[in-house]
Ligand binder design. Structure first.
Ligand code: B1M
Length: 211
């Protein structure tokens, strides 16, 4: 790996936010594509953090400081990922489902959607079905996006869809789901309209949902 990308990778792995932010700036100045910096250096380092956690070498505090370091780098990358010529093609309310605090993937999906000219309402983390319903009723969104990283919070996607149905709003929105444990089959089973395994394909799916 190129030295500057390695600096970003190591910074995420070691939870060194300043090194990640400086490394991302350097990589952008050196002409690296924002998507390449994101995937080769940052997302892959986060995958390694997960592996070290599984092996008992990293614990929650290490995961947390790595996540903060990655968020710092995303802050620097964001303007490059989001296009300037903004003309919304749809409105998406997105959040992590109730009980889930993992927001890095959700933030990436939001950025990519903004970059693809969607208006994005970020509902944040630990979002209750009521909050999603409120967004449909009061923010005129076309798409609800739900993210879950835990097998224990995934079922709250189904709970939210059932609540949207019970509120009589299901035909007013399309529902897109994603997150590491979520699969296409699971998305179908719970009655979602779309699934994406990553942030860039989330844009393709969202486009097809508003087409
Ligand atoms: Co947590 N954590 N964590 N964690 N954490 C995982 C998810 C875990 C797999 C680690 C492991 O054991 N290997 C494991 C889950 C196991 C399971 O359920 N099967 C786990 C656990 C157990 C936990 C706790 C329970 C730990 C504890 O307290 N004992 C706890 C739970 C907290 C909670 O949510 N209630 C916890 C806490 C945390 C931190 C707070 C420390 C931190 C999160 C900080 C933050 O997000 N602000 C954290 C982190 C960093 C991770 C790992 C290491 C990295 C997650 C990440 O950011 N990945 C993770 C291990 C791993 O994933 N390898 C792990 C990078 C991100 C870019 O990928 O989020 O998958 P991802 O998003 C992708 C796609 O999934 C997709 O696009 C994104 C970009 O391409 N996508 C969508 C995501 N949402 C989408 C929505 C869409 C479409 C696509 O449409 C709407």
């Amino acid at each position: 790996m190129d030295a500057v990308l390695q600096q970003v990778y190591d910074g995420v792995l070691n939870g060194d936010q300043a090194a990640v932010m400086a490394g991302v700036k350097k990589a952008l100045d050196a002409g690296f594509e924002p998507g390449l910096i994101l995937n080769e250096a940052m997302v892959s380092a986060m995958g390694e953090v997960g592996r070290l956690f599984e092996e008992g070498e990293y614990f929650v505090p290490e995961m947390l400081i790595s996540a903060r370091a990655m968020q710092g780098g995303l802050g620097v990358l964001r303007p490059q990922l989001v296009k300037a010529d903004y003309k919304p093609i749809g409105k998406v309310a997105i959040g992590t489902v109730k009980g889930d605090l993992h927001d890095i993937g959700k933030n990436l999906v939001s950025m990519m959607l903004e970059g693809a000219s969607f208006d994005v309402v970020d509902l944040g983390t630990d979002v209750t079905p009521e909050k999603f319903i409120d967004a449909i009723q009061n923010q005129k969104v076309n798409i609800i996006g739900m993210s879950a990283l835990l097998t224990t919070t995934m079922p709250n996607m189904k709970v939210t869809i059932e609540a949207i149905k019970a509120a009589g709003l299901r035909d007013q929105v399309k529902i897109m789901v994603g997150g590491a444990p979520v699969t296409e089959q699971y998305a179908r089973e719970i009655g979602a309209d779309g699934f994406s395994p990553d942030a860039s394909r989330a844009v393709t799916v969202a486009r097809s949902l508003v087409a």
